[in-house]
Design a protein around this ligand. Structure first.
Ligand code: NAG
Ligand code: NAG
Length: 307
């Protein structure tokens, strides 16, 4: 048991109306400053007293109070008193100097000793987070959208064409309007973007956000569509053309020149010269037929055969 707590219980039990009560309540423990993106908070662990609500008071001391005002402290009105174990000290840590902060517990007229931050805190010690950004492609334009972090924040945006990392371009955005135009992309190219936050007041920057890439739309997709369509057309043509040629040749072969089925007797007995002659006669007939046949009839025949 910590001596203060032991004293608190013992003193509270044995001498409840001891005057000046400063030593009766233990000071808050684990006092620390949480500071992210120029927002500063003092936190501490609660002082617990059964059946009672402990309140706290917070004070700060800047360089001026320390050096020229006899080491005085200034109460932070928003947190004096407070029942929370956290105090927003952003407005008070406003100058580029070293600060100290302290907090004490209060219960009725009883006050704990002050618990003071170890070392000094300056706003330049804040931790800066990379910006939240969205990279968009609108046709040939690459756009970026950044989450607003307040007036003291700037954004350094780096962008480049993918594969051209040696030619990185930069834009510093002081005010975040809804969407910012970065560049005009070349058709079919991919562009990448990353950004960091910068606070001029402390001359510090965050690390970079993860890189986000977008591809140019518009002409690229049109080009892609054309390429896809023409290759599809080519594939269809390549597949169907030989079939059509074969089919047409077959139709003409059947309609004009049916394969002659020779009687067995002819094959053996007739000399080859006569056989050639017969074939030739048939071919002549065939030519005649083609000339005579009306075109509609030929077309009908072709369709019937084709189906
Ligand atoms: C802390 O105080 C600052 C300055 O008044 C304010 O901008 C910020 O919103 C506050 N943060 C919270 C969490 O209350
Ligand atoms: C900001 O910091 C950089 C180094 O990080 C330094 O080169 C530059 O001079 C500083 N600028 C100001 C205005 O202090």
């Amino acid at each position: 048991m910590p001596p203060e707590l032991f004293c608190f219980i013992l003193c509270a039990l044995s001498a409840p109306d001891l005057s000046g009560g400063d030593v009766l309540l233990p000071a808050p423990q684990s006092i620390s400053i949480l500071s992210t993106n120029m927002k500063h908070f003092l936190t501490w662990s609660p002082v617990i007293v059964q059946g009672a609500t402990v309140k706290y008071s917070v004070e700060f001391q800047g360089e001026y109070e320390r050096e020229y005002a006899g080491g005085s402290w200034i109460p932070i009105s928003e947190c004096s008193p407070t029942t929370a174990t956290l105090c927003n000290v952003t407005e008070d840590i406003s100058a580029p100097v070293a600060y100290k902060l302290r907090v004490r517990a209060e219960l009725g007229a009883t006050r704990s000793p002050w618990a003071t931050t170890e070392g000094f805190f300056s706003r330049a010690m804040t931790s800066l987070t990379p910006p939240e950004l969205r990279v968009l492609a609108d046709g040939q334009h690459v756009l970026v959208q950044l989450a607003d972090m307040g007036p003291s924040f700037q954004f350094r945006v780096l962008y480049w064409r993918k594969g051209h990392e040696n030619r990185v371009q930069q834009k510093v955005l002081k005010e975040v309007s809804s969407v910012v135009h970065l560049d005009t992309m070349e058709a079919g190219a991919e562009y990448c973007v990353k950004a960091q936050t910068h606070v001029e007041a402390i001359n510090r920057s965050s690390s970079f956000s993860p890189t986000q890439c977008v591809r140019a739309q518009g002409d690229t997709s049109l080009w892609l569509l054309t390429a896809l369509l023409s290759s599809a057309a080519f594939a269809v043509a390549a597949l169907t053309l030989p079939f059509l040629t074969w089919k047409i040749s077959k139709v003409f072969q059947y309609s004009c020149c049916p394969t002659a089925v020779l009687p067995d007797t002819l094959k053996e007995t007739e000399p080859p010269t006569q056989l050639i002659l017969r074939d030739r006669e048939e071919a002549e007939q065939c030519d005649l037929m083609v000339v005579v046949m009306p075109s509609e009839e030929a077309l009908q025949l072709w369709i019937q055969k084709a189906l």
